[in-house]
Design a protein. Structure first.
Length: 258
């Protein structure tokens, strides 16, 4: 506090001392902070630019088509099939043996017919059935309802076995006239011993007729008692179908004449 006397009045001056900060110190500390802030902003902008660049590269890689990797796979050639189109064969179109009839017609009743029944019993291992005459023919010495023949009906694997034996006797060769228009075929055997049976003097030698009936699955609908239906023409076995089946199954030959 300072006092000055000027006549009657005394002037008193009060000087308040406030803590002052040096200008140099203030300027020196504020400048680095401002520079650091600018540097941080520049680094942030640079990082944002790099992030955008990485995002663009990632999107371009995503859009670009990915080339498949080449892998070597060991391939094996499939065996040649009979169906070049690659379609599945319809099991309902497959031809099979419906039944095989082996018949011996003696033309008279008595011991000869009984011996013929023994031959069929040995060949088919089934009990044969006797058939009767439908008419009376005096020139042949046949009366109506007289037993004159014997036959057996075979099915399944046994029918296929006997048919193969019989076709072997014919040397796997048939005539075109052996096949009917309904897809069946038949032929004759002159001596039953050719089928692998032993010769018996007490029985003798007999010839026989063999007839094979072919069919496709589903043919039963025309013979059943309930809900009977007719078979379509395309599902019936034709003469050409039977000939083709014979060639493929037994690898046989078909001639036009004997």
């Amino acid at each position: 506090v300072s006092t000055q006397s000027t006549g009657a009045f005394t002037l008193i001056q009060f000087k308040t001392h406030y803590p002052t900060m040096s200008t140099k110190g203030t300027k020196g500390t504020a400048a680095p902070k401002k520079a650091e802030t600018k540097k941080g902003n520049a680094e942030t902008k640079k990082g944002t630019a790099e992030t955008k660049k990485d995002t663009q590269e990632t999107s371009e890689q995503t859009k670009a088509p990915v080339e498949p990797t080449k892998t070597t796979v060991a391939t094996t050639k499939a065996p040649p099939t009979s169906n070049p189109g690659g379609r599945k064969e319809n099991p309902m179109r497959k031809i099979k043996i419906d039944k095989l009839i082996v018949n011996i017609c003696v033309g008279e009743s008595g011991d000869r017919l009984t011996r013929a029944a023994k031959v069929l019993d040995q060949l088919t291992k089934q009990t044969p059935v006797f058939s009767k005459a439908r008419f009376t023919i005096r020139s042949f010495g046949i009366r109506r309802n007289e037993q004159i023949a014997v036959y057996c009906t075979l099915r399944g694997a046994r029918a296929h076995e006997v048919l193969e034996k019989a076709i072997k006797v014919k040397e796997y060769t048939l005539v075109e006239s052996n096949f009917s228009e309904t897809g069946n075929f038949g032929f004759g055997i002159k001596e039953h011993i050719d089928l692998g049976l032993k010769y018996d003097p007490s029985i003798g030698i007999y010839g026989m007729d063999i007839y094979c009936v072919l069919t496709r699955p589903g043919a039963r609908v025309s013979r059943r008692k309930r809900a009977t239906a007719s078979i379509g023409p395309s599902h019936k076995v034709s003469k050409e179908d039977a000939m083709k089946w014979f060639k493929e199954t037994f690898e046989g030959e078909i001639t036009k004449t004997k």
